[in-house]
Design a protein around this ligand. Sequence first.
Ligand SMILES: *[C@@H]1O[C@H](CO)[C@@H](O)[C@H](O)[C@H]1NC(C)=O
Ligand SMILES: *[C@@H]1O[C@H](CO)[C@@H](O)[C@H](O)[C@H]1NC(C)=O
Ligand SMILES: *[C@@H]1O[C@H](CO)[C@@H](O)[C@H](O)[C@H]1NC(C)=O
Ligand SMILES: *[C@@H]1O[C@H](CO)[C@@H](O)[C@H](O)[C@H]1NC(C)=O
Ligand SMILES: *[C@@H]1O[C@H](CO)[C@@H](O)[C@H](O)[C@H]1NC(C)=O
Ligand SMILES: *[C@@H]1O[C@H](CO)[C@@H](O)[C@H](O)[C@H]1NC(C)=O
Ligand SMILES: CC(=O)N[C@H]1CO[C@H](CO)[C@@H](O)[C@@H]1O
Length: 455
Amino acid sequence: MRTTAFALLASAITGASAAIVRGVNLGGWLVCEPWMNPSLFDGEVDEWSLCNSLGKDACLERLENHWSTYYTRDDLVEIKNAGLSAYCSTPAYQPPTRYPYLIRAVQWANELGLDVMIDLHGAPGSQNGWEETGLVGAIGFVDNSSNSDRSLNVLQNLTTEFTKEIYGGAVTNIELLNEPIFADAALRKFYTAGADIVGPANASGINVTIHDAFYNPPTWANYDPHDASAQTPGEFLTLDTHQFWAFPPLDTLPEPQILKHICDFATALKINNTGIPPTLVGEWSLSTGITANSSSNTEQDQAKRTWFRKLFEAQNAAYSPQLPGQPSIGWYFWSWQTEYDIDAWSYRRGLADGYIPKNISDPSTYIFPVLDTGCIDDTFEYTAEAHVSGLPQSSSAGTASATATGSATSTRSGTSATGASSTSTAGSSSAAGMSQPSRWVPWLAIAAILSLCTY
Ligand SMILES: *[C@@H]1O[C@H](CO)[C@@H](O)[C@H](O)[C@H]1NC(C)=O
Ligand SMILES: *[C@@H]1O[C@H](CO)[C@@H](O)[C@H](O)[C@H]1NC(C)=O
Ligand SMILES: *[C@@H]1O[C@H](CO)[C@@H](O)[C@H](O)[C@H]1NC(C)=O
Ligand SMILES: *[C@@H]1O[C@H](CO)[C@@H](O)[C@H](O)[C@H]1NC(C)=O
Ligand SMILES: *[C@@H]1O[C@H](CO)[C@@H](O)[C@H](O)[C@H]1NC(C)=O
Ligand SMILES: *[C@@H]1O[C@H](CO)[C@@H](O)[C@H](O)[C@H]1NC(C)=O
Ligand SMILES: CC(=O)N[C@H]1CO[C@H](CO)[C@@H](O)[C@@H]1O
């Protein structure tokens, strides 16, 4: 299977469209987030407080039980059967405890022919300083060599580990740091150090991957972490940008505006020769301000499923390349699952409820025509089926789901007070809504949760 994947990768480089990255995040796993897995947390707001309250041993036992059961080989088989080509795993920095689970999952990916991106989600000291990281008001990661050294050690470990032959090149991308929000100079310094470890010019066979830090893709045009005066983007450098429509101020957009923003973004990432590195939309979902999030009612809600299908296909088209040479190279949906499978956030619920195409690598399973602009024809008439089978009862919501979803959302919107990780808010007056390098105050809930547990 790996041979096939490499052939596809090679054909992507030479121009075939077969290697579009269409993946899912294994969210809520190697860093746990209360909104995604409320039953793990006893009401605590993050892993740090959970471990603080349970004590080191009990906390580790609870988390290890979760790590060993929440994503299994069967999930990866389902991911493969949905036509997805890859998954993204998002660990926190402490290797000794969580990394055996990552290693096992990469072995499965290799067996199944899935590609893997690894994205360091929780760095010591916190790379964003949000309340939920456990360090109120502080971005302890930056200007602290002990924290950056420990992170670089992790990147070294990941690179050495996953370039071993036994993994067959399954790991295609290592993202140095998820959603950092600190000063540009310090960020670039860390990116250079990290890129030197993952390796210049395909030395490791793994693309150095950087998050756009909410500055948006054009800001990173012609960026080369190995050469400050570069006139072209670094080779084997991949950019990650996150697109969400669920958080203020974007959560007030009506349906046509959401679709327009998505389409504008598509246009911008489909222009040749902008110097923007190959770009993944590494996180996106179906959550917006115009539908209530729910764990249980999508089967009954035909109108919602109709909208979700359109919204899904609009984003799939927008975040996938249409022609070779474009910055856009694909996407990772957030997430494969959540506890209770919240409809807007669970890919597998979307498959079961029919608002995500059964086989994403087979365009004949899509509904909406794609125009030359790379946007869908959103005037196409479509109504979802009246009834769908849905997920098996065991993985659907019970009464707990309402609580789970509610608390999840209040955490999320509460922490995203002034902005969302989107291209189009303040920049909406600029071309394609993404040329202003203004800094969005990022959205936390999906972001790094710093785990300061002392195990
Ligand atoms: C999905 O579609 C692709 C492209 O047509 C095909 O190669 C693959 O076998 C399909 N996957 C499944 C599970 O049917
Ligand atoms: C990376 O860290 C894990 C966990 O400590 C360990 O099992 C593995 O051997 C390390 N790999 C390398 C190449 O150091
Ligand atoms: C660096 O961060 C660590 C926490 O990760 C903290 O214990 C240490 O005191 C910090 N050092 C300085 C100089 O701030
Ligand atoms: C990058 O490195 C990997 C692993 O050595 C190799 O398989 C792949 O062909 C290389 N890609 C290019 C474009 O050289
Ligand atoms: C890896 O880097 C190469 C060369 O820059 C690029 O063509 C390719 O799209 C990247 N692939 C991924 C999955 O990041
Ligand atoms: C963009 O460049 C690629 C070659 O890298 C070419 O095949 C493609 O047609 C170009 N697209 C446009 C719109 O010029
Ligand atoms: C975006 C959205 O619809 N959020 C809602 C999710 O559900 C909670 C209640 O459970 C609402 O308060 C949010 O507005």
